[in-house]
Design a protein around this ligand. Structure first.
Ligand code: AMX
Length: 435
């Protein structure tokens, strides 16, 4: 058993004891009330899940095991001469609950390198799809093809004891995370770079290797990938991708099946696909206005036009956050440091000044501020990654860290099958009539 498994198991044993005690003493306490409106409105505001890896506060934003994004940028180990945190560190933090040392992060990097081999049949399955297929469809198809490798599915078929589930789940989680950069880069090179592939570089870290295999060797892009993979990793348990992964995993579907389910949710435009929608929307605006740097007035008019057509302004709003997303701010800082004069990046900043007052004036939007997706695409375009349909795949590779760390926790804490109660409107009416 390696250090990650040992430390995770020790923490899980301690947490199991804490939860047992907590439920014994407080198990009947009420944590909230549910109104009729809430069950018709996407269960917004209902506390109904436990997710140990991160917690989202409407004002403070996301915290991973108590650490905010700026704190993590300062405290997590970095690559040699690197400026941004290594995402391996946030994976360790989510599993072990404590900040890793440089050696801990190097250990995870080496484990991921060792486990990164992708069997040939996965590439054959991806190759069988037409080139016009959306990259997220190719990605999830590749993950499904990789399910043949699941340790948990094999162990379950042999009759593993419930108390040991966590171990093959963790093996699957690490195998899958290790293999995702290769699958993502393969899809990118197949679809956009003439099917000319780049073999992994065994000396690079997880995010650096992804950049390398995609064909982006600039130090700035590698730094961006490390930041991107860190800040997109997790956003507590109720968002569509985290919740879907957790839900499917609760049926004891293995991590490949569960993660694929979650990523099908990430592929929706109200969730992870918003990063492609933002750049598509800005490109269309630039085309329509015939300029690379539209004025704030022009942006304002374009926003009003978008709204009048019954569409959302992509990259703005959030189901839980009620302020500018700290992940947007982290990317803004990166932009100021690496590319302050880039017209597309400047346009993102001008949009940031123009959109919130317009959305506020509508009166119905709970959060007029930008989310993570409002900024990411412009940074990618700066380094030449203009193929915006691919952006959600990068989000998906990063999100694997959070949703798969959560699956390890779900099984280690023995969480049961998830099965909330649903009602019909007829049943609601009868209930209101007292019948
Ligand atoms: N542009 C226009 N209208 C918006 C809006 C936006 N950016 N954000 C919310 N609204 C509208 C809603 O569509 C809803 O309208 P309706 O009452 O006519 O149906 C109303 O405002 C109230 O919505 P809300 O309670 O403020 O938001 P929500 O919790 O229902 O939805 C979200 C949250 C993110 C889906 C929504 O803000 C949105 O569609 N944003 C644009 C897409 C986007 O950026 N998604 C990415 C989110 C982050 C992520 O998951 N990666």
């Amino acid at each position: 058993m390696g250090i990650l498994k040992e430390r995770f198991k020790a923490k899980a044993d301690a947490d199991n004891a804490t939860i047992k005690e907590l439920l014994k003493n407080h198990g009947t306490k009420k944590i909230g009330e549910v109104t009729l409106s809430q069950i018709y409105q996407g269960m917004r505001g209902i506390t109904g899940l436990v997710s140990e890896t991160s917690l989202l506060d409407a004002q403070d934003g996301i915290r991973f095991r108590g650490y905010s994004i700026p704190e993590l940028q300062a405290k997590l180990p970095k690559a040699p001469n690197g400026t941004e945190p290594l995402p391996e560190g946030i994976f360790y933090l989510m599993l072990v609950g404590e900040l890793p040392t440089e050696e801990d992060v190097q250990y995870i990097t080496s484990v991921l390198q060792r486990r990164s081999h992708v069997p040939n049949h996965v590439f054959s399955v991806i190759d069988a799809l037409p080139l016009s297929t959306h990259p997220m469809t190719m990605f999830v198809t590749g993950v499904m093809a990789l399910q043949t490798e699941s340790n948990f599915a094999k162990a379950y078929a042999k009759g593993i004891s419930k108390k040991d589930y966590w171990e093959p789940i963790m093996d699957d989680a690490m195998d899958l995370i290790a293999r995702l950069p290769r699958i993502a880069a393969y899809i990118y090179r197949r679809k956009y770079k003439n099917n000319e592939h780049i073999e992994p570089n065994g000396l690079l870290d997880w995010a650096g290797n992804l950049a390398y295999m995609m064909g982006y060797e600039q130090p700035g892009f590698m730094a961006l990938m490390r930041l991107y993979m860190t800040i997109h990793a997790d956003h507590e348990g109720g968002n569509v991708s985290a919740h879907a992964t957790h839900l499917v995993g609760s049926a004891l579907s293995d991590p490949y099946l569960s993660y694929a389910a979650g990523m099908n949710g990430l592929a929706g435009p109200l969730h992870g696909l918003a990063n492609q929608e933002v750049i598509k929307w800005i490109f269309e605006m630039r085309k329509e206005l015939g300029t690379d740097l539209p004025t704030k007035e022009q942006i304002g008019e374009y926003v009003k036009k978008t709204l009048s057509e019954g569409k959302v302004v992509p990259g703005y709003g959030h189901a839980v956050l009620r302020r500018t997303d700290p992940r947007f701010e982290a990317q803004m800082e990166f932009g100021k440091k690496h590319m302050p004069d880039d017209p597309l990046v400047q346009t993102v900043w001008n949009i940031y000044e123009v959109v919130p007052p317009i959305l506020k004036s509508l009166g119905k939007i709970k959060n007029p501020w930008p989310n993570v997706d409002a900024h990411s695409g412009a940074l990618l375009v700066h380094y030449g990654l203009v193929e915006y349909e691919f952006y959600t795949v990068l989000f998906a590779v990063s999100r694997a860290l959070g949703v798969l760390a959560n699956l390890c926790w779900d099984r280690a804490l023995g969480f049961p099958l998830e099965r909330p109660k649903s009602v019909t409107t007829r049943a609601v009416k009868l209930w209101l009539e007292g019948k």
